[in-house]
Design a protein around this ligand. Structure first.
Ligand SMILES: [Zn+2]
Length: 269
């Protein structure tokens, strides 16, 4: 951390502190965000280095390139364009997981790729993760954590810059990276709109959510998808959301079953 960034962190902590003391209530659907895009991307770079230190990336360059193409197609129609969306495939066939780090760094596990039946379902998962980034959910969570952590820091008499480091550590360990109910709903809604605008059949998001529910029923514990609101509730909401698109038009939109077979399913065998 340079001297300038140190000052910036202190300023950020101060603002968060004021917000805590003033009891700055956040309105539902739009939480308070103190994280600039520049800082969000810097944070994302730091965390992605950490993820890639811990996880084994898939060595199949063609598979990586294919998933990246799907991501670019979605990114082009994201309502947030001040970050670069990029995705990497993690080689872990038994892990059904995908997540977004601050600043647009996405990860998808080969276990999730195996669960998808077509390209549109994979696109639905990526669109949901892009939705978290486009909804500024990391900045909101970071801001909330700064506030909470500061309460503790004041009691313990910790240095504010040290507090910023603690929050960063929490983020890396995924403790702070849990989204709220409202954020999940927003990511679903934004994700479905992105999916549709990119030219995929939006129903694919519902299809995949069903698969996830079945998968969950056969499992004891799933880290990321042990989600709130529960999957059943999300499916009901998505079924309402999909009605906004004309039925004839949306059913004519492609799923890309064959392409997914050739580019992903055959490669993962
Ligand atoms: Zn989510």
């Amino acid at each position: 951390m340079t001297e300038r960034r140190g000052h910036r962190a202190k300023a950020l902590v101060f603002v968060a502190l004021m917000a805590t003391f003033l009891g700055c209530e956040t309105t539902p659907g739009r939480d308070f965000n103190l994280l600039s895009t520049q800082d969000e991307v810097a944070l994302g770079e730091k965390f992605s280095a950490e993820v890639e230190r811990q996880e084994k990336l898939c060595q199949d360059a063609s598979l990586q390139a294919y998933v990246a193409r799907v991501c670019s197609r979605l990114a082009a129609v994201s309502p947030r364009q001040d970050v670069t969306y990029r995705v990497k495939v993690v080689d872990s066939p038994d892990t059904v997981n995908a997540f977004a780090l601050p600043g647009g760094f996405l990860y998808v596990y080969t276990g999730l790729l195996k669960l998808c039946g077509n390209e549109a379902e994979l696109a639905a998962v990526l669109a949901h993760e892009i939705g978290h980034v486009a909804g500024y959910h990391h900045g909101e969570t970071f801001t909330r954590m700064m506030g909470l952590q500061l309460g503790t820091a004041l009691v313990l008499g910790q240095d504010p810059t040290q507090t910023a480091q603690i929050v960063a550590d929490l983020f890396v360990r995924g403790i702070a990276a849990r989204y709220s109910r409202e954020q999940e709903r927003q990511a679903d809604a934004l994700g479905m709109e992105i999916l549709y605008r990119a030219g995929y059949r939006p129903d694919a998001m519902i299809d995949f959510m069903y698969k996830l529910m079945q998968y969950n029923q056969n499992r004891v514990y799933l880290p990321i998808f042990a989600s709130h609101p529960p999957t059943e509730e999300r499916i009901l909401r998505l079924q309402q959301l999909v009605q906004q698109y004309p039925p004839d038009e949306r059913r004519s939109l492609p799923l890309y079953v064959d392409r997914y077979q050739a580019e992903v399913v055959k490669r993962l065998r």
